[in-house]
Structure formats: C-alpha cells, structure tokens
Design a protein around this ligand. Sequence first.
Ligand SMILES: *[C@@H]1O[C@H](CO)[C@@H](O)[C@H](O)[C@H]1NC(C)=O
Length: 523
Amino acid sequence: MAMDKARLHYLVTVVVIACGSIPKGYDEGGFAGAKNLESFLLDFGLTKEQWTGSSSALASRKANISSFGVLGAAIGAIMILCVADRLGRLRSWQLSTGVWMAGFLMTTFASGNTGLLLFSRIFGGLGAGGLTVVAPLYLSEIAPARSRGMIVSIYMVILLSFLMLGFFISYAAGQAMAPTRAQYQIVIGIALVPVGLAFIASFFLQDTPRWLASQDRNEEASAVLAQLRGRDATDPLVLKELEDMHAEMRDKRATLAGTSTWSIAKEIATIPTFRKRFLLGLAMQTVAQWSGGNGITYYIPEIFGYAGIPDSNQSLIASGAYGAVKLVFTMVFTWGLVDVFGRRRCFIAGLLLQCVTHIYMAIYMAEWINSGNGPASDAAIASIFIYAVGWSIGLCTVQYLYGTEIYPTRIRNVCYATNMMVHWFFQFGVVRVTPNMFDSLDIWGAYVFWACVCAVGLVLLGLWAPETKGVPMERMTELFDGPWYMGWKARVRLDSDAESLDGPVYTETKTDNEKSEARSHSS
Ligand SMILES: *[C@@H]1O[C@H](CO)[C@@H](O)[C@H](O)[C@H]1NC(C)=O
C-alpha cells in the first residue's frame, strides 16, 4: 500500500511538471486556431473589410500577433537558463508558469486592444519559453537514469496533445458559438485551467534532489529522493543513486574547474573537434527551423484553406488531425524508429519527405490554387499530412538527440544554450516572415524557398552528420576526426562488429573529459 502511494507521488510530480509544456503546445494549436476565428478577426479589426491599409501590412500585423509570442519565448528561455541554478528548478518553473498565466489572461481579455494583445503575447511568451527549458530539466533530474528518456518524452506527449486539442477546441467553439468576443476568449482562456491546477499543485512539490545537492542541502536531497522512489532514505538503492549523483557532480565540477564561459567559447572556436560538433548542432538547428519546421504549424489552418478546404471551421478539424499525426509519429520516432533505423536514416527520410511535399505544394499553389481541381487539392491536403510525418521523424527531434550525444560535458552547456537561442530566434523569424512570404511571393514562392532549404540541408547534413546510434559516449570523438564532409562515412571500430568497418582507421584518443563523460552516462 505504501508502495502505491509512493508511485502516485512520483507520477503526480511528473505530470504536474510536464504540464509546463501546455503553454507552448497550446500556443501552436489553440492560439493558432483562435486567431482565425471570425470573432477574433472582427474584434481586432483584421478582416479584409475592416482593414484599410495594404494587404502586406495586414499580413505583417497578423504575423506580429503570432510571432511576438515566439519572440517572448526566445527571451524567456535565455533568462531562465541564467537563473535556474540560483533560483532552483521548482521556483523557476513556478515563476515561468505564473508569468505565462498573467500574460495569457491579458491575451484573453485584450478585447480589441491591439497594443495590449501584442504586449501580452510577448509577456506570456516569456513564461512559455522559460518552461521549455526548466520543465524538461526538472524531469530529467528526478527520473532514474534508465527511464530518463521516457520520462522526458511525457513532456512531449502533453505538448503535442494540447497542440492537437487546441485546434479541436477552436473548431468546437466555431461550430457551437456565435462569433462574439466570448467565443475566442473561451478558446484562449481554457488553457489556463489545466495550467492553473498544475500551478497550485506545484506548491506541494519539492525541488529536485540534484539541485538540492548542488546547493549542499544534502539532507533534503536524500529525503526528496527517498520519497520519489518510495523507499527509505537508508535504502541501498537510494544511497547508490545519491552516490552516483554526487560522483557525476564532482566529475562535472572537476571538468569545468576554473573555466569561464568565455574560455569554453574560445576552446570551441579553436579546437577543431569541438568546433566541428558545435557547428554541426548549429547547422541542424538552422536547417530544421528554415525548412518550415514548427513555424508552419502556426499557419496550418490557413494552409489547409489554400489547399482547398474552403470552410475555415473544416480547416480547423484538418489542423487538429495534423496535430494528431505529429503526436503519433513523434512518439513512434522517439520510442523506436530512431534506435532501430539509426539517426541518419530517420532525418534523411524526414527531410526528403519535407522537400518533396514542399515541391508539390509549390506546384499546386502556382498552378491549381482556386482552380477547383479536386484531385490536385486532395493531394495537397494529403501532402500537408505527409509533411507532418517527415518533420516528426526527422529534424523535429533528432537534433536534440544529437545534442545529448555529441558534446562532451566540458562544452555541453555552452552548446546547449547557443542551440536554444538559435532555435528560438529562427522559429521567431519563420513565424514572423511566413505571412509576408505568402503575401509577397504568392504562396508558391514560400514553398520554393522551403524546398530549397530542405535540399541544401539534405546535402549538407547528409555529408556532415555521422551515425551516432550505438556509439559509446567516450568514443564519440572518433566520429569527428576526419574532415566534416566525410561525416557520413565515419565509423567507430567496435569489437563486436569489426567486419563492418569501412571508414578511415582511427586511433583512440581518450581525454579525461570524455572518460568522465562516459561515467556520467553509464550511471
Ligand atoms: C510589427 O512589429 C514591428 C516591430 O515591432 C513593427 O515595426 C511593425 O510596425 C509592426 N507591424 C504591424 C503591421 O503591426
């Protein structure tokens, strides 16, 4: 019985903290749906009839409304990265959640005031962005090493579920309610309920054992860990986990002893193997975001409209189904595909699918849009779903996997922070320019642009990114010994598959860093 209660405590902790993904998920689903509801457009003067300026100015205004949330998130993610160690994981989570709720409440009641709407988008975004850093961090710190990936992916499941739900809720409100202010207010405001409940529940949780230990609050750390595992603080398993945790922290401290962020940055710039890995991460992130990436999701209801679904409510259903496809394929990818087929096959197949669907959409938008060509339109709708599959099995998640695999501890934090910044500012860029690209490049031009990015990405990453599946952490450096364009051939000679060696022969150069790296990952 006591065991069950402990399980429940652990489960509740995971779910409450993972609810920190709702702000981002709901922004990409619920807000993306609500901003197309007639009531919203009317209230903020965004219908073609109300708008007196040019069509490109209208596109810019709409782009601002969507993208300012992402801009806020970019800033919020960086700010929380700076304070998460000082404030603690739980307080950072609560701070971010509180800020997001205040911002989203303002968005809900902006009531036709565009200035307030834009301000509230940035303000809420600050919290949503902070949560994307601190919620996975908290989860990875309370999960036992062997189920870490699984626990962190609960965050992903909740995010994508709320993305999908957001579109369906917009649809339901569009069907069932008159286009008055209350219609979009309900769609936006409803997300405050689950997040508010998680916020209240969070006051019954404690900070992570690892953070407590890092603050030399060892008694608390051991008590919290014992409670999470449902065991006694003197239980050998708890003691072992604490000991591993301390060893890992000591290693990390020793690795980073006396170095500043600046000197790490200099090392990344000057040591070829660090530089190559750092730039690879950056290249993946850049290709991922500019291939259309998640930026497109904000405009999925409109895109279904262009693809030939005339009724804006119907296109919300299709958008919800798009969210469901993303959810299913992201899970299939993280929970299997990527370890069966390897990282390279997955992202190459994903990019290829993205590229092909972009090309078809470019042709459709140039030739058949508004032509009433049924089969062409059906194929366009199908291709949006195929795009979702390609994105989900490829660069949607694979670069984060590389991020956890290819960097040694010494440079990991700096690489992670830079990567996050690039992610957010490029996602902001895509969300900001997409409506203007649709407006000034006649839609098809935007697809040509994205298709080109995918094609360049296929060649660049196809040559550069080595296969990391099954490569032990301490051997990772061998994959980056050759010139960057030979990455596709790089192999590590493992005793178990000596005959499969066809790459250049590498000598083993194990540094202290990588030894400690290996230890921290084998725990
Ligand atoms: C969008 O935001 C930018 C940056 O704040 C601003 O310069 C521009 O005037 C805005 N455009 C519209 C149409 O609101």
